[in-house]
Design a protein around this ligand. Structure first.
Ligand code: NDP
Length: 287
């Protein structure tokens, strides 16, 4: 796919995307609200457009990577998108992506939303694990995949344009919980005579060993049997939580990151589910 394409938005992520395409011998037409950010890319061979409309006019494929959905709306407000392929790599909610897809369709464009699972230094680096989740027009994805695959791996998650954002945010939400756990763990050990550089790989190894937990939760939710294959049951884990809390107290560490999840575990136990794992917490979260 050597069709001309545009990239709107040259922040940290947009710039990393542009550099990956340039390194692969592809020349995007780039535009940024603050023109000075485009200058280093011009030196590297990118074509600079004066306006977003001009960048889009000369391109079949338009990739946007802006701050948020409001900036996408603003930048594309008066741009003619008829017959274009619009790929929106701006992070947003599933609802925003669905509304943006309907909006693009009304303007005669095919639409694909993308959720970038990487930080800028991983973009365009073979073996970095960087990938982008895509949802929306399957045709667009298939036809433009060669171009889209240059900066990062491509994973198509469905025709529903909200699905890339849904998957993206689900993964980021789980990561947030993991970061909370890591913060609590370091708070426990850091004032002791513990070599943090030795503790870190021990912690990373433990988290990796526990990652299969996700498969168990999926199996429970799919089967409706939340006790299947449970090796540590809820009754035992809730008792164990008391040790975690007493240790936090001994170490003078606030338990505030742990207690919301522990409270839900206790509630599920009190509802009469001692033989489950923690999957029942998923039910308690549903509003
Ligand atoms: P930056 O803050 O570095 O860049 C933001 C970009 O949006 C700039 O090009 C800025 O232009 C532009 N912008 C903001 N508001 C407007 C507006 N109203 N009109 C026109 N342009 C506007 O962010 P990133 O590049 O890091 O992120 C871009 C997207 O990528 C975000 O949605 C982010 O969530 C996502 N992403 C970023 C990751 C990261 O680690 N950086 C990881 C995964 C996803 P100007 O230069 O003029 O200010």
């Amino acid at each position: 796919d050597s069709a001309p394409f545009a990239l709107l938005g040259l922040g940290d992520m947009g710039t990393a995307l542009a550099r990956a395409w340039l390194a692969a011998g592809r020349t995007p037409t780039v535009w940024n609200r603050t023109p000075v950010r485009a200058e280093p890319l011009a030196a590297a061979g990118a074509v600079i457009a004066e306006t977003a409309a001009a960048a889009v006019a000369g391109s079949d494929l338009v990739v946007v990577c802006l701050l948020d959905d409001a900036s996408v709306r603003e930048v594309l407000a008066d741009v003619d998108l008829a017959g274009k392929d619009l790929v929106d790599l701006t992070t947003g909610t599933p609802g925003e992506a669905r509304a943006r897809a309907a909006w693009a369709e009304e303007r005669g464009a095919r639409f694909l939303d993308g959720g970038i699972m990487a930080v800028p230094p991983m973009i365009g680096v073979e073996g970095s694990g960087a990938h982008i989740l895509y949802s929306g027009s399957r045709e667009l994805f298939d036809e433009r995949r060669a171009t889209l695959a240059v900066p990062a791996g491509t994973v198509y998650v469905g025709e529903d344009p909200g699905f890339a954002a849904l998957h993206d945010v689900a993964l980021l939400s789980a990561m947030t919980g993991m970061f909370a756990g890591v913060a609590h763990a370091f708070a426990l050990v850091r004032d002791e005579d513990v070599a943090l550089k030795d503790f870190a790989p021990m912690l990373a190894g433990w988290l990796t060993a526990m990652a299969g937990y996700a498969d168990g939760v999926a199996d429970h939710l799919d089967s409706g049997d939340y006790t299947r294959g449970v090796t540590s049951n809820l009754a035992m884990m809730v008792r164990g939580n008391a040790t975690l809390l007493r240790t936090a107290e001994e170490q003078r560490v606030s338990p505030e990151l742990l207690t919301p999840f522990m409270d839900l575990m206790k509630r599920r136990l009190d509802d009469g589910h001692p033989d489950e794992g923690t999957t029942g917490v998923v039910d308690l979260l549903a509003r």
